[in-house]
Design a protein around this ligand. Sequence first.
Ligand code: NI
Length: 188
Amino acid sequence: MSILDIRVLGDPLLRQATTPVTGVTDELRRLIADMFDTMHHARGIGLAAPQVGRTERIAIVEVDDERLVMINPEIVKQEGRAKAEEGCLSIPDIYADVERSKSMVVRARDERFEAYEIEATDLVARCIQHEIDHLDGKLFVDYLSVLKRTAALAKWKLEQGKYPGHIRRVSLETPEELSEHEHLNEEL
Ligand code: NI
């Protein structure tokens, strides 16, 4: 397995819609394993293919003991609303409250390309919605009010110089640096 570079806000790939996957190859299985490796090193709980420079409709989520590989995911049902603070591995150090469905049912395929449906609530549901948004070129800052989005983007403007070429090199981050980020477990 290897750790992949993460694309950050400003990379046009994060704004593109992804392409449905027609079958799982060894190369895609390797990509999925690398995505888990990358997400673990970055202390994230979710990651989508565009964040690592890929255009396939693939995302992963890992919250506590819930580990999901979602190929071609689609939301088939959603219920209730809930607001909570969110971050994103592609917009480091920016956090904001986002309102999403409280519970939902997602239909997807796993790494063997077998179809499944799962019902999720709270953090897992939030994470799945965040990752599916990535697959549609959407980011959590898009949900903010003009005022809050302007403030978040102004803060990001000060941060983005740390990521030349819109690349976040996860492997170069030291544990010391990581421990300074108090919200890291909430980046998706
Ligand atoms: Ni994200």
